[in-house]
Design a protein. Sequence first.
Lengths: 245, 245
Amino acid sequence: MEVRFGERVDDLGRGGLRIIQHPERFPFGMDPVLLAHFVTVRKDSRVLDLGTGCGIIPLLLSALHPTAVITGLEIQPDTADMAARSVALNGLEDRIRIDCGDYRHVRELYGHGKFDVVTLNPPYREPGTGAVSPAAGRATARHELAGDLGAALSAASVAVKYGGRVAVVFLAERLVDLLVQLRAVKLEPKRLRLIHPRAGRPANLLLLEAVKGGGPGLKVEPPLTVYAAGQTYSAELLALYNAYA
Amino acid sequence: MEVRFGERVDDLGRGGLRIIQHPERFPFGMDPVLLAHFVTVRKDSRVLDLGTGCGIIPLLLSALHPTAVITGLEIQPDTADMAARSVALNGLEDRIRIDCGDYRHVRELYGHGKFDVVTLNPPYREPGTGAVSPAAGRATARHELAGDLGAALSAASVAVKYGGRVAVVFLAERLVDLLVQLRAVKLEPKRLRLIHPRAGRPANLLLLEAVKGGGPGLKVEPPLTVYAAGQTYSAELLALYNAYA
């Protein structure tokens, strides 16, 4: 269970789960935690996490859904290797598999419709908007340099079975792009939840679950508010972070 | 100021405004009130209300925006006549004009891009879903019998000037249809507000403002909660109903 130079091991505070992270390679934030709690995962589900990074979503899902079998796909070899070592560190090799590859080749990698659920925490901003981090690992995760949103959703649509679910965390300001592009690849949006940093403030993030080949009709769930006051998390967010304790 | 058999005159509780309604012809509910308060109307704006019904949106906008000049277009002759009589009842003929016509002919009626703002409280459900009222007036308003959502949005896009705004109140469950079809007619969604009947419950309605030819980027505003507890309106909704008092 090797930890390399510059890496650190963090206790996730979730039933003893630990994760290896590298501060230069986009340490995970709140998004994967929100997504892991939002997505519908049934018994014995086969889950694919596209662009898994350090493997945080597979690790969280393994704790939340003890019968799920999860694959994480990551394009950057160093990051995929780090994710695989985190899986081994937790003794979860029988339930989580980390592959190094490009999600644009998902059909060649896995075939068509082989997963019940696909999760996606895609790069946030289009190239040329916002600041691009100088560190290459961060740049790939934060910006759509290695494929755009449409390509990621196409990959999800190929990988998921008919009637299966694709769950995404994304910027609220790009809701229209997301919904239009989901429909374009036959993923019908079925559940939407807006994340507001505080009550009375605009949403900055969204959680969206779509069904492959689903009929129209969206459920807009109650919003989630992150902070109750000052830097104190809301009761719901605290409960979510304590779900594994 | 004739009031006809079966009609009634209601005081809007807003600066003395009164409106003639007919119980068989879909008396207005909360939607037009929400929409009138949501839409951005600047000084001296020319506003078109598509499918104005009893004229409630023009009447409310005239009170909220004293320099706006408003046209209401209604396809049903009896309803358009009733709306025109409400305008006269309030002595607002110089600021509100009611036309009887089909919004699918909006270009022939008004030309292209002649309005700063278009408001739209479109029929709610697609034919074949939900109950269709036996009363013809109600059926036209509630269901998309006299044109579908796409036709209404096309009409709005023709009528509004480049850079002008189109504001819509619609079912939250049909958010995806609305956003996809707005973009298809070059109306870019810019502001979204979800209406939840109560805290912790899914949204049932939405308010959306789009800009003709606008760039991408949506602001998801804080949600509006209708009821605080039991049948007591929330503070925000009470304030909105008392805005004219």
